[in-house]
Ligand binder design. Structure first.
Ligand code: PLP
Length: 564
């Protein structure tokens, strides 16, 4: 009898655990991205292979004349870069021999199957010597429009930040780089950030990644819970603790990567007892559950983006409600978008208040920074009634006087008539510009479209193709500077005038037309994105399991062969 009762209790317990686990599984995004552990394991299994030069221009089975036109186009562009920017290219090449970040970004500009050939034959410049207005100048004196936005830092134009840095340096120069004692300008910064964020306290860090680390640590400390929820595809910096998937070798077991805009996720938040905080990167509204769009992932033409402000607002409201009910700390990570959408950031733009907000990038007035703003009860780093249970956070360069000075110039400018923005008008302006761009792309009959969230854009490809990643080189040749993720993200600074924008639009259309003329978007009338994915999967399988390989295929396998 006793055994039967114990057995029944154990069975109920196990069933309950199973139910909880199933609920969590249902709240994951069905894609591989939604399964961090699995995708980390899978990433290790993907073998290297590449297309040999003889096939590189016709992996879509294009006829010989199209392949020849593509190759000529490729060589013409490479020659153009060599001729127009010899000094920039020569020094850029030297950078590779000592900066792993350069090696990494160069390797991942295009899908890995094409990467080595492209890297060897198409050199692009990585250095600039001046900026002015919306443009950058390379070492050979060429000016180009900047679509990188300095990873999001550049909101008002580079000249604005030069000014912030100068003003800030002037303000603090008597103190110099003293750390420990604060420069008094910090008080004004704290007051201003509190007013902008609606929070009670502020802490300063050296980068956005560190701000996120601190916010998460504080949330766990004050809730006495250890689990962190991030949403599928969302970037929160490169700390292991919010990056459980590929790119991080450590086993991170306390992060749940859940499906954004999903009732199943709300259900998990409502029913689990172990969740300390939920991190939201509002940029995900442009592409919920999608990762950062990068040209290295452009195997086909299935890049997506679909920004729906209303739907995302409703989602954030629901999230707010469940977090309040369950005492889960809601953290808005505004490192990227802060100050771009509204003066009070995403909180104001979507009308939803967070418990903590992280900022960075533009808030430093051009210098490196990370900031956490939060409610008083969440920001404290010790508990008076538990003197040894502290929440430790330091950082040698936190509150550096020069950063505080530049930040102060930035924050003061927000109130100056010259820099005050009517954000609804800004939103409307960039939406109109995006519509205009799409109209031009349609008129030019190009298989391209843009999607945008205010001044953050991504380029979409509307016809199945293996070669969309080539567009980044045509754009560069038109005098447009892109970040290493290529056409995945264009970040416009808000000093783009209509004529600057017209110039960029004309160049995008011209780049597309040149790419079209060189045959890259040739289509046999049958190829679908699904078919492309199927072929790539087969190639991966044949490389991993060579005995499956078909006789007529000539892929290059493994990393050990001699580069051409
Ligand atoms: C939303 C978000 N959080 C955090 C970070 C990390 O900031 P940092 O690169 O300054 O460490 C980034 C950087 O792009 C970001 O976009």
């Amino acid at each position: 009898m006793l055994y039967a009762v114990l057995g029944a209790i154990a069975a109920i317990y196990l069933l309950r655990r199973l139910q909880i686990r199933l609920r969590l599984s249902r709240a994951k995004h069905p894609s591989l991205r939604g399964h961090a552990k699995l995708s980390r394991r899978m990433a290790r299994l993907v073998p290297f292979y590449e297309y040999p030069a003889s096939e590189l221009f016709r992996v879509d089975n294009a006829p010989a004349d199209i392949a020849a036109a593509r190759q000529q186009g490729f060589e013409r562009l490479a020659q153009y870069f060599r001729d127009s920017a010899p000094r920039t290219l020569a020094l850029s090449e030297q950078l590779e021999d000592g900066i792993p970040d350069v090696q990494f970004t160069n390797a991942y500009r295009v899908p890995f199957q094409f990467s080595r050939y492209v890297r060897q034959h198409m050199k692009t410049g990585l250095l600039a010597q001046a900026s002015s207005g919306t443009r950058l100048q390379d070492l050979d004196g060429n000016w180009s429009y900047d679509l990188t936005g300095a990873y999001g830092v550049n909101l008002y134009g580079y000249d604005f930040y030069k000014d912030c840095i100068d003003k800030g340096a002037e303000l603090v120069k008597a103190l110099g780089p003293v750390l420990g004692p604060y420069h008094p300008v910090i008080l004004d910064n704290v007051q201003r950030i509190k007013a902008l964020s609606g929070m009670d306290e502020v802490s300063f860090h050296m980068s956005g990644t560190e701000a996120v680390m601190q916010a998460v640590r504080l949330a766990c400390y004050h809730t006495d819970k250890s689990r962190v929820v991030v949403f599928c595809g969302a970037y929160h910096g490169w700390w292991d603790g919010v990056q459980p998937g590929p790119g991080n070798q450590r086993r991170v077991n306390d992060v749940y990567t859940l499906n954004e805009m999903s009732e199943n996720t709300l259900h998990v938040l409502r029913t689990r007892k172990d969740i300390a905080c939920v991190l939201v990167n509002p940029l995900q509204a442009l592409n919920p559950n999608g990762g950062a769009n990068s040209d290295s992932l452009l195997l086909a033409s299935d890049r997506t983006a679909d920004y729906d402000r209303k739907a995302y607002t409703v989602w954030l409201q629901k999230l707010r409600q469940v977090c309040t009910e369950r005492h889960i700390v809601l953290i808005f990570d505004e490192v990227f978008l802060g100050f771009r959408l509204a003066r009070g950031g995403a909180q104001e733009y979507f009308g939803v208040a967070a418990d903590m907000v992280t900022y960075g990038k533009t808030l430093g007035g051009g210098l490196p920074v990370g900031v956490v703003a939060g409610k008083r009860h969440l920001m404290q780093r010790f508990k008076p009634h538990k003197p040894t249970a502290v929440c430790f956070a330091r950082g040698t360069f936190n509150s550096h006087p020069y950063v505080m000075g530049a930040m102060n110039a930035f924050l003061q400018a927000l109130d100056e008539p010259a820099w005050k923005m009517d954000f609804e008008a800004v939103d409307a302006l960039w939406n109109t510009r995006a519509e205009h761009m799409n109209e031009q792309l349609r008129l030019a009959d190009l298989p391209l479209a843009v999607a945008n969230m205010s001044s953050i854009w991504t380029l979409l490809y509307t016809r199945p193709s293996r070669y969309n990643w080539m567009l980044q080189y045509y754009l560069r040749a038109q005098g447009l500077t892109l970040a290493w993720i290529g056409t995945g993200r264009f970040i416009f600074s808000h000093n783009y005038t209509d004529s600057d924008f017209e110039a960029v639009m004309e160049r995008i259309v011209a780049a597309g037309q040149a790419m079209q003329a060189d045959g890259w978007w040739w289509h046999d009338g049958q190829l679908t994105n699904k078919e492309i994915k199927r072929r790539v999967s087969r190639e991966l399988l044949e490389t991993a399991l060579p005995w499956l390989r078909l006789k007529d295929r000539t892929l290059r396998h493994g990393a050990g062969h001699t580069p051409e």
